[in-house]
Ligand binder design. Structure first.
Ligand SMILES: [Ca+2]
Ligand SMILES: [Ca+2]
Ligand SMILES: [Ca+2]
Ligand SMILES: [Ca+2]
Length: 228
C-alpha cells in the first residue's frame, strides 16, 4: 500500500513537471501609453492685437485731390493649421451727413438730402483693397487686389496698382472674396503673414461739394477657413 502511494506521488510529480513545461514558451509585452488626440488651431490675427483693434483712421479730414494709404495691417495665421483667407464687406455702408453745410445746400444742383445717414462721401471717394503678399510695401509679383465686382485679381506686370482696383466706397457693399473668386484668395500656412492694404482717392468732381463734412463708415470682416 505504501509503495502504491509512493508511485502515485511520483506520477503526479511527473505530470506536474510536464504540465509546468506547457507554460514556458517565450513572450514579450509592449504597452502604448498616453494615447491622445489633439485638435489643431486656426487663429487669425489682423493688425497689432488679437482680437483685432484696427480701424481706418486717417487722423485728418480729406478733400478733393487727396489720395494715400488708409490701411496697412499685417494679417498672420497664428494657428497650427493652414487656412484660406476670406474677406467680406458688411452690407451696411453708413454715410453720415454730419452737418448739412451751406455749400451743400446751395450747390448747383444742391445736395438734395440732409438726413443724418444721407451723406454722399461714399459716392465720391474711391478705395482700392489689395493684399501685399510679399510685404514689399509695393504692388509687385504675387500681390492681389480685391475688385468691386467680387473677383480677386493677380498682379500681371510692372506698374502701379491698376485703376480697375479702385471704385467708390458705396460699390463695395456686401462683397465677399474667397478662394473661389477670380484668381482666388491666398492660402496661409501656419505663421504665414501678409499685409492688408486699403488705398483711397478723392478725385475732384463737379458735385463734390455735396460731400462736405460727410463721413463714410463700413466694417470689414476677415476669416481664415479650414481647408477640408
Ligand atoms: Ca454734410
Ligand atoms: Ca445729402
Ligand atoms: Ca508686394
Ligand atoms: Ca452731403
Amino acid at each position: 500500500m505504501k509503495k502504491i502511494v509512493g508511485l502515485s506521488v511520483a506520477a503526479l510529480l511527473i505530470i506536474g513537471i510536464i504540465g509546468g513545461a506547457t507554460f514556458a514558451y517565450f513572450s514579450d509585452t509592449e504597452i502604448a501609453v498616453d494615447n491622445t488626440l489633439t485638435a489643431g488651431t486656426l487663429n487669425l490675427q489682423v493688425g497689432a492685437a488679437d482680437p483685432c483693434t484696427e480701424s481706418i483712421n486717417l487722423g485728418t479730414q480729406i478733400d478733393p485731390g487727396d489720395s494715400g494709404t488708409a490701411a496697412d495691417w499685417t494679417v498672420v495665421n497664428q494657428g497650427s493649421m493652414s487656412g484660406r483667407l476670406r474677406v467680406t464687406f458688411d452690407s451696411t455702408i453708413t454715410n453720415n451727413e454730419n452737418t448739412w453745410t451751406e455749400p451743400e445746400e446751395n450747390a448747383v444742383p444742391p445736395d438734395a438730402t440732409s438726413g443724418a445717414d444721407e451723406g454722399e462721401l461714399g459716392d465720391f471717394v474711391d478705395i482700392a483693397i489689395w493684399l501685399d503678399i510679399n510685404e514689399s510695401g509695393s504692388w509687385d509679383s504675387g500681390d492681389k487686389y480685391l475688385q468691386s465686382d467680387g473677383t480677386v485679381v493677380d498682379w500681371v506686370g510692372a506698374g502701379p496698382l491698376p485703376s480697375a482696383a479702385y471704385d467708390a466706397i458705396n460699390n463695395y457693399s456686401a462683397l465677399d472674396w474667397d478662394y473661389t473668386d477670380g484668381d482666388g484668395m491666398p492660402t496661409m500656412v501656419s505663421s504665414d503673414n501678409l499685409d492688408f492694404m486699403v488705398e483711397y482717392d478723392f478725385p475732384s468732381d463737379p458735385n463734390d461739394d455735396w460731400a462736405q463734412s460727410d463721413s463714410s463708415v463700413f466694417d470689414v470682416t476677415f476669416v481664415l477657413e479650414q481647408i477640408p
